[in-house]
Design a protein around this ligand. Structure first.
Ligand code: HAM
Length: 462
């Protein structure tokens, strides 16, 4: 059988692991700073969860869901996004009745969409996102944008394009929908099939059509800003002023409508491109929504939310393109047993060293010293410990600093002190959180006494 993965999916290999850990760790740290707690709804939900919330006019519900009947004949869907499942979980657990409002929840995990695979577009991809639910405030809307920009900044992004728009409240949207219908009515015969459906279900979605002719028509369509009620307009400009005060460099894009039906009020996206200018799509998208809690039987009086989700693969592609290079779990120590007896000793020594917090490995097939050094180099080990018959006889071990090539024989009893000495000098101050920023002098993160690794690089606290 060919080792082929399902079209549009990709394997996360050990060399990719540090990048996913990096994004997840920074995102989690920022989430905590902004007062968010972790939530993880299941991958599988009843299909209705997405149809009722994401919306029947969205491409996701119309063509992209992985939906099937389970063995009990129930229609289930692999989540195409998190928002619907998160709100379903909040209502199902009555979190809105017990938690402080807004409920602030963040998540990280895979989502599934049957889309045409291309650069930055997969059928299984990771999202990192937030939802703040149960309060209605322009400050909370602005905070969601600032959260997104802060997280991206700490990950090392620059040259980002932050696009914002408003879809207004219900009254504004109803007026705008009518205006769009009037504008597109006589153009419809020359437009794509999808736009015919959008015209009926949600004409705003026509503005998101990627067919060049329809997109062109959309550019001259009426603009949302001309149909906003005074109240909706004020709210949008309030949000913009908070963003400006907080130093967010945004642009208002009145063609931004987003692809999901639940949005009303603020919507936003952040775009990035590779060094050679390739647009790999939005790095994140989100906005304000009303009515999702009650769609699942939750209370109407607090039925508001705001959130966004980032596409983790897209973030990683750009970070790598910008030159971020994260090593794959480098070892501290590589053990080199020369002979049967030494092998047994090294096997148990490895466990002791690992319990002491060192990253340790040893060969699982006996070989020559030269081959062991090659393995140690491949694994990024900083120290080699070599044991043969002579060392066993004298209860010693050879300790080789692989960076300076210095080697000395030390009694086994002195090994812990020798390693402590070597690693306190050698510690290259890689951040324990995986972000691998160099630490400033005096901000060592290796707390020897506690045997713990603390992140103290301050990149997460700025
Ligand atoms: P979305 O715009 O559909 O929004 O997706 C958010 C992000 O997920 C996109 O900006 C993109 O980075 C990434 N993404 C989407 N589809 C793919 C794909 N096929 N391959 C790779 N990455 C992809 C939502 O999902 C909303 N639930 C966001 C939200 C949360 N709004 C309010 N709260």
């Amino acid at each position: 059988m060919n080792p082929i993965n399902v079209k549009g999916t990709h394997d996360i290999l050990p060399s990719d692991g540090p990048y996913f850990a990096y994004v997840r760790e920074i995102f989690s740290q920022v989430a905590q700073v902004y007062g968010y707690g972790y939530i993880e709804p299941p991958v599988l939900e009843y299909t209705d969860v997405f149809v009722r919330s994401t919306g029947e006019s969205s491409d996701i519900v119309r063509k992209e869901m992985y939906t099937f009947d389970d063995k009990g004949g129930r229609s289930v869907t692999m989540r195409p996004e998190f928002t619907a499942g998160v709100i379903r979980a909040m209502v199902g657990s009555k979190l809105y009745a017990t938690a402080d409002l807004p409920i602030k929840a963040f998540y990280f995990g895979p989502a599934f969409r049957y889309e045409r695979p291309q650069l930055g577009r997969y059928r299984q991809f990771y999202q990192a996102g937030i939802e703040a639910v149960g309060a209605d405030s322009p400050y909370l809307d602005a905070e969601a944008v600032v959260f997104a920009v802060t997280a991206l900044g700490l990950m090392g992004f620059h040259d980002l394009k932050v696009k914002v728009n408003t879809l207004g409240g219900q009254q504004s949207r109803a007026a705008y929908r009518e205006a769009l219908k009037a504008y597109f009515a006589d153009k419809l015969p020359e437009m794509c099939e999808d736009c015919h459906t959008r015209f009926e279900l949600n004409p705003l979605r026509i503005l998101d059509c990627k067919v060049p002719h329809d997109h062109e028509l959309g550019l001259n369509a009426p603009k949302m800003k001309d149909y906003l009620t005074e109240e909706d307009e004020k709210r949008f400009y309030d949000i913009l002023s908070y963003l400006a005060t907080l130093g967010v460099d945004y642009e208002v894009d009145d063609g931004l409508v987003r692809g999901l039906d639940y949005y009303g009020g603020l919507v936003f996206e952040v775009h990035g491109s590779t060094k050679d200018g390739q647009d790999i799509g939005a790095l994140l998208g989100g906005g304000h929504y009303d009515g999702l809690l009650s769609a699942f039987g939750g209370p109407e009086d607090i039925d508001h939310g705001v959130g966004f989700a980032m596409g983790v693969e897209r973030l990683i592609a750009i970070l790598k393109d910008q030159g971020l290079s994260l090593p794959e779990n480098d070892l501290d120590i590589y053990l080199m047993p020369m002979g049967e007896k030494a092998y047994e000793n090294c096997f148990f020594l490895a466990q002791d060293l690992r319990m002491g917090g060192f990253k340790v490995d040893l060969p699982f097939k006996s070989g020559k010293l030269g081959a062991y050094f090659k393995k140690a180099e491949k694994r990024g080990a900083k120290v080699a410990l070599i044991a043969g018959d002579s060392e066993i006889e004298h209860d010693t071990i050879q300790v080789k600093n692989l960076q300076t090539q210095e080697q000395r024989e030390v009694p086994m009893a002195e090994l812990p002190a020798t390693l402590d000495e070597l690693f306190s000098v050698q510690d290259d101050h890689e951040c324990g959180c995986g972000c691998h920023h160099d630490h400033e002098e005096g901000h060592c993160c290796h707390d020897e006494a506690e045997g713990e690794h603390h992140c103290c690089c301050h990149h997460h606290e700025e």
